[in-house]
Design a protein around this ligand. Structure first.
Ligand code: FDA
Ligand code: NAP
Length: 445
């Protein structure tokens, strides 16, 4: 797949990252090529994907045993785009011999570990399109005879430092989210972001018996982490620190759920900026800083049963914030500020887990010189067109598409699975529609 400098192969698209979003795109590409094999008039685009992990993995550090999906399995990588696709979750169940068992289970929300296996099954079937162990570190412009940026070179390296250059007419960014730590708190050997929870716990070794944890945050991740640590280390105390009064339930009701529908993307995209902010405000609790109600009940049960037993192992330090984190040689001192009283209390912990959410990734970090040609709104955020293409100056004729990082333009489903199947169809249609014109002029480096 490595192009020589003399005759670089030009892909219709290069995908950066191979999480669910770009796996779905690879599946859509594969299905398009299969249609083209049967009907030469049908379009067929070429693509390659670059992923820094050694193999497919979907938030492996949070693949907790009993964590369930936050979205219906029907919002898999294909069904809402093409219910007849054999890349569906139901096809997967059929293939692995669990279809009837799943039906009898009567749930829309499989375990995350099962959905991970489904995603890996899809990724494996399109493995010819992906280079694993390839971290993209730069994107360089390639100009045509008229001086316009008509191609992009995507530079990636493997763990040994070997660099590969992939040339593309279109680049599709899907690098996922970036973990957010509380202000002034640095990740370390004792202070983790929950993204790495299972990896960090594994590093402690099978005999480790940590006795004191602090978990910061009150979203789904924080609640799952608190619950996991409580169960996994029966002797340990778990202090959950958050500013709310209590964990708040996610709004999964039917009308509110429509915010994740493809039609909602059109509504949101066309809305004025202040209306967008209002919609996000109304429906933030469908996704952010909220917890599945069943898990809230389970945590409450633990707290109550501890009270009955006279052992307070799960403590909720509500209406509080972490004011300071000091690492000592043998642990961490976390100073917790009780917000109503202003009182500061030091808590000794072995490990602190910050389940404090994520930032969207900004593609401009990798785009180097090309970033100067990307248009921004007055808050400095990238301007994105309805087809998920970055708005650029006319000097750029190639396509730079985003999967994720478009919440400010396309709404709340941007970072989620809900709309992935439909979104990749829209991106492919856009690339297909533009592809014939773009390739006319030979490119130079
Ligand atoms: P994702 O983050 O999954 O993948 C990005 C990929 O790009 C990664 O594999 C990464 O290694 C790679 N990458 C990044 N930078 C790179 C570079 N420079 N070079 C090469 N590769 C690079 N949503 C939902 O709808 N339902 C759910 O149930 C859940 N559950 C859930 C659980 C947990 C623990 C988290 C943290 C999040 C969720 N989500 C979710 C939201 C989540 O964002 C969503 O499920 C998908 O992961 C989005 O898929 P992407 O492919 O866009 O990003
Ligand atoms: P989140 O919903 O953004 O919640 C972050 C939490 O951290 C909030 O309680 C927030 O406070 C708090 N916080 C943020 N910044 C802070 C700071 N500087 N200091 C102290 N606290 C801070 O993040 P998340 O829980 O990781 O969820 C992110 C996404 O992953 C969601 O889509 C969720 O559904 C998904 N997820 C899914 C699963 C699953 O599928 N089972 C599991 C985990 C996560 P406030 O309460 O004040 O806002």
């Amino acid at each position: 797949m490595t192009p020589t400098p003399a005759s670089p192969q030009v892909h219709d698209l290069v995908g950066i990252g191979f999480g669910p979003s770009n796996v779905a795109l690879a599946v859509a590409l594969r299905e398009q090529r299969e249609r083209a094999a049967a009907d030469p008039a049908a379009p067929a685009l070429s693509g390659v994907f670059l992923e820094r992990q050694p193999e497919f993995g979907w938030h492996r550090g949070m693949l907790l045993d009993d964590a369930t999906m936050q979205v219906s399995f029907l919002k898999d990588l294909v069904t809402t785009r093409d219910p007849a696709s054999d890349f569906s979750f139901l096809s997967y169940l059929h293939q692995v011999g669990r279809l009837h068992d799943f039906i009898n289970h009567k749930t829309l929300f499989p375990l995350r570990s099962e959905f991970h296996d489904y995603l890996a099954w899809c990724a494996q079937r399109v493995a010819d399109q992906v280079g694993y162990h390839r971290e993209v570190f730069a994107v360089e412009p390639v100009r045509d005879g008229g001086g316009r940026i008509s191609r992009l070179d995507v530079l990636s390296r493997d763990p040994a430092g070997a660099v590969r250059r992939d040339r593309a007419r279109n680049v599709v960014f899907a690098p996922g989210l970036t973990p957010r730590m509380p202000e002034g708190v640095e990740a370390s050997a004792r202070v983790w972001h929950n993204e790495h929870l299972l990896h960090r716990l594994a590093e402690l070794g099978p005999d480790a018996r940590p006795a004191r944890f602090v978990v910061v945050g009150a979203g789904q991740s924080a609640a799952e982490v608190a619950d996991h640590l409580y169960q996994r280390f029966p002797g340990a105390r778990v202090d959950a620190v958050f500013a709310r009064y209590g964990y708040s339930p996610s709004d999964d009701s039917s009308f509110a759920n429509r915010i994740f529908d493809p039609e909602a993307v059109d509504t949101f995209f066309d809305a004025p900026r202040e209306v967008k902010a209002e919609i996000m405000g109304y429906h933030r609790n469908t996704n952010y800083s909220v917890v599945d109600p069943d898990l809230i009940d389970a945590l409450y049960r633990r707290v109550y049963q501890d009270k009955v037993r006279g052992t307070e192992r799960l403590r909720l330090l509500n209406t509080s914030r972490v004011a300071e984190v000091d690492e000592t040689g043998s642990g961490v001192t976390v100073t917790v500020e009780h917000l109503p009283s202003g009182k500061h209390t030091p808590i000794e912990a072995d490990y602190v887990v910050c389940a404090t959410g994520y930032h969207p990734s900004d593609p401009r970090g990798l785009l180097g010189e090309v970033a100067r040609h990307c248009l921004a709104d007055d808050a400095g955020r990238p301007m994105v067109q309805r087809d998920y293409r970055l708005a650029t100056t006319d000097e750029v004729t190639c396509g730079i598409y985003l999967q994720g990082g478009t919440e400010h333009t396309h709404g709340i489903s941007s970072s989620l699975l809900s709309n992935v199947a439909v979104r990749v169809g829209e991106i492919l249609a856009s690339i297909g529609a533009r592809s014939t014109a773009v390739d006319a002029v030979p490119a130079q480096r």
